[in-house]
Design a protein around this ligand. Structure first.
Ligand SMILES: *Cc1c(COP(=O)(O)O)cnc(C)c1O
Length: 422
């Protein structure tokens, strides 16, 4: 379910014509639907209400303050992976006790800040990291919670770049090592090692990998119980897939039905970390057609957004549906084209050999499903100013990030005096 629909052949976001947004705010433009965002959060919450999990939205999927604030206001916690994300979480008023922090490479400064803030727990990814957090907590004289991130060695059947729960991935700790750590957990005098965490990958459309990973966790938790090791939290991570193309992902309800019985067995407090599921289909990238270039072999639709704005096709060969804002498409006037950006890289494309309705220079296109890992992965490559972002709430549109200026591009750069002849 999302709020981007055609009415009278015009694409709308909630109650506003996307064409009007493009003309008013210029392109490239990210457009988010507030109600789609909240609806996806509520769907998950409803599906799992019987165990009342803490749903920590994964900030890296889309870290705009307005998106975070909207979710935090609805009771979401936040899953962070850096000091910068902690800063954002605090800035939007997320209670520290609803923040969980994963990353294989947390620095001392990041750890110190998170301990001082009193986050719910660290998801710890290695023994050296565990020792380091204990050391810093000791110095700060503040007992801190930790969950061990387990690498359950399951195949999530997704793109290899977004697979994170195989033993060849850098993430988490294997079961045997985790067991050894838990046996001596009292040794970490300033750490309360009270939970386990998994996150096996992203854009996972089937329930089987989740079920398999959680089953492994339940077995592990039961074995721990037998030797007197009791825990408080089980964090099942994120990774729920969405529809980009022809996927048929499980709904929140179906997902819950499959894993609720397993989760209940653990008797632990459950944490979830969805990112893409919540924000992925709540955003689109609107772009303008600059040129239509016909060569001997191909037709190129050259648009004003580039891989610096949305890198998923270049990075993961990801599919995004691309729609005209004015839909008069019939089979007859459709043709195949490559939709490409202006950047000096052949990987700068949004679609290849895609059947699209006949379009003209000056028309706009909507790149769908761009809410997650869209703006948050954008860059200034080719010295391009990053896009503007707007949030639509019914018939109102709010700018939630201004378009960058050329001055922003050079803001932190310094020419040393010797080059200036000083
Ligand atoms: C990226 C990430 C998530 C969110 O993944 P989605 O696929 O967007 O749901 C959750 N937890 C951790 C630890 C992550 O790194």
């Amino acid at each position: 379910m999302h709020e981007f629909k055609y009415k009278n052949n015009q694409l709308y976001c909630e109650e506003i014509k996307v064409q009007d947004l493009a003309e008013r705010f210029d392109t490239p433009l990210y457009v988010y639907s507030y109600h789609t965002l909240i609806d996806h959060f509520q769907k998950l919450k409803t599906a799992f209400h019987s165990i009342n999990p803490l749903i920590c939205y994964s900030v890296k999927a889309n870290s705009n303050l307005a998106i975070l604030k909207a979710l935090v206001d609805k009771g979401a916690g936040l899953d962070i992976v850096s000091g910068g994300e902690l800063f954002r979480a605090i800035r939007v008023g997320c209670p520290a006790q609803k923040i969980v922090y994963a990353s294989v490479g947390k620095t001392d400064r990041e750890i110190e800040e998170a301990i001082k803030r009193g986050i719910l727990f660290f998801n710890v990814e290695s023994l050296p990291e565990l020792e380091n957090i204990n050391c810093i907590a000791t110095r700060l004289n503040k007992v801190t919670n930790a969950a061990i991130r387990i690498n359950p060695d399951v195949e999530p059947k997704t793109h290899k770049f977004i697979t994170t729960g195989k033993l060849t991935n850098k993430f988490g700790i294997d079961f045997a090592t985790a067991r050894k750590i838990l046996l001596v957990r009292d040794k970490f005098s300033y750490l309360n090692i009270c939970g386990l965490h998994i996150h096996i990958g992203s854009q996972i459309t089937e329930s089987a990998p989740f079920v398999s990973a959680i089953k492994k966790m339940v077995r592990f938790i039961n074995n721990l119980k037998k030797i007197g090791i009791r825990l408080e939290y089980l964090n099942i991570g994120g990774g729920l897939g969405i529809i980009y193309d022809k996927e048929n992902p499980q709904t929140a309800k179906e997902f819950a039905k499959k894993i609720l019985p397993l989760l209940k067995k653990t008797e632990l407090k459950i944490i979830m970390e969805p990112g893409r599921f919540i924000v992925g289909n709540a955003g689109i990238l609107v772009t303008k057609i600059l040129y239509i270039k016909v060569t001997a072999r191909k037709k190129f639709v050259i648009v004003d957004a580039g891989m610096n704005d949305l890198i998923r096709p270049a990075l993961y060969d990801a599919h995004h549906q691309i729609l005209p804002l004015h839909n008069q498409s019939t089979i007859h006037n459709s043709e195949k084209a490559d939709i490409v950006g202006p950047i000096c890289e052949s990987a700068d494309f949004f679609a290849k050999e895609r059947l699209i309705p006949k379009v003209r220079e000056g028309d706009y296109l909507a790149i769908m499903g761009a809410g997650a890992y869209g703006f948050s992965m954008s860059s200034n490559y080719n010295s391009r100013c990053r896009a503007k972002e707007v949030m639509v709430v019914k018939d109102k549109a709010f700018v939630i990030r201004k378009r960058e200026t050329q001055e922003d591009l050079i803001h932190n750069e310094i020419i040393p005096p010797f080059l200036l002849g000083i």
